[in-house]
Write a protein that binds this ligand. Structure first.
Ligand SMILES: [Zn+2]
Length: 269
């Protein structure tokens, strides 16, 4: 599983632009003869619903945070027009035809207030963190929308759903009341936007999670929150014996910084 952050646009180079990296990486995956499968299919395999052969030599792609850069082409203030992650997938699919189809999953921050606030502090205050695109993406067949918490316990927010207002570390979410907001309320909001399709996958902000969430809250409240698996940023390939609440992902920029770096990771799967 590979992770990108579409708001990482610093220069128009592979290393400092997650859009250019994704476009190049799709070609690398294709050249290596690997397949791209939806993240949900990986979880199906982990659940024993698909055979090893059905997912052999496959990659799943994920995007974190859910700003507009995931879906809309945008004119970046210093780097110019940026093709959205969604359109990069579409371009690739148009070129590849039936031979190969790319798919990805966007893990979005759920709270409208948190996104409005982060748009002002983290982006340039143009309203580029709205949820207008979620339903169209989820209906497209190539970009699923799943949950990345209610508010990311983001340090730029005035208040977060963590009882002691400890920010910037999702492993501090370790009480039932906070968890109900970060997981259940977040999922309920996304379901409302997605015409009642509740998210079933969760990516922990910063890849961090508490023992309480992994060992108690998620396994014991599944009928309430509705999730079937959750993802960290532990940099390794998934194995069948992994805890469903601690599935690993590689992150662009941290775990690979070049096409060669990605090849080195993919050659091991
Ligand atoms: Zn994030």
């Amino acid at each position: 599983m590979l992770t990108y952050h579409a708001i990482n646009v610093i220069k128009n180079t592979y290393e400092e632009n997650d859009h250019l990296a994704l476009a190049a990486d799709l070609e690398t995956i294709k050249e290596l003869g690997l397949r791209i499968i939806p993240l949900a299919r990986v979880v199906d395999w982990h659940d024993g619903l698909l055979t090893d052969e059905e997912v052999a030599r496959s990659v799943a792609i994920t995007f974190d945070d859910g700003a507009w850069f995931d879906f809309y082409d945008l004119d970046h203030p210093t780097c110019g027009m940026q093709r959205s992650m969604f359109n990069i997938l579409r371009d690739f699919n148009d070129q590849s035809g039936q031979t190969m189809q790319a798919h990805a999953t966007s893990f979005v921050i759920s709270s409208p207030d948190a996104r409005t606030s982060l748009d002002k502090t983290g982006l340039i205050g143009k309203g580029w963190w709205g949820d207008q695109w979620w339903l169209e993406a989820a209906s497209s067949g190539i970009l699923d929308v799943e949950c990345h918490s209610w508010d990311h316990v983001h340090p730029e927010l005035e208040r977060v759903a963590q009882q002691d207002q400890l920010k910037g570390d999702f492993s501090q979410v370790k009480h039932f009341a906070d968890a109900e907001i970060q997981f259940k309320q977040a999922g309920d909001y996304i379901a409302g936007v997605l015409a009642d399709n509740s998210p079933t996958l969760f990516a922990y902000p910063y890849g961090a999670v508490s023992d309480y969430i992994v060992n108690e809250y998620l396994p014991e409240n599944q009928s309430g929150h509705g999730y079937r698996a959750a993802f960290t940023t532990d940099p390794r390939a998934i194995s069948k014996t992994d805890n469903r609440w601690l599935l690993p992902r590689f992150v662009f920029g941290r775990d690979w910084k070049s096409s060669q770096g990605l090849q080195a990771i993919l050659n091991r799967i």
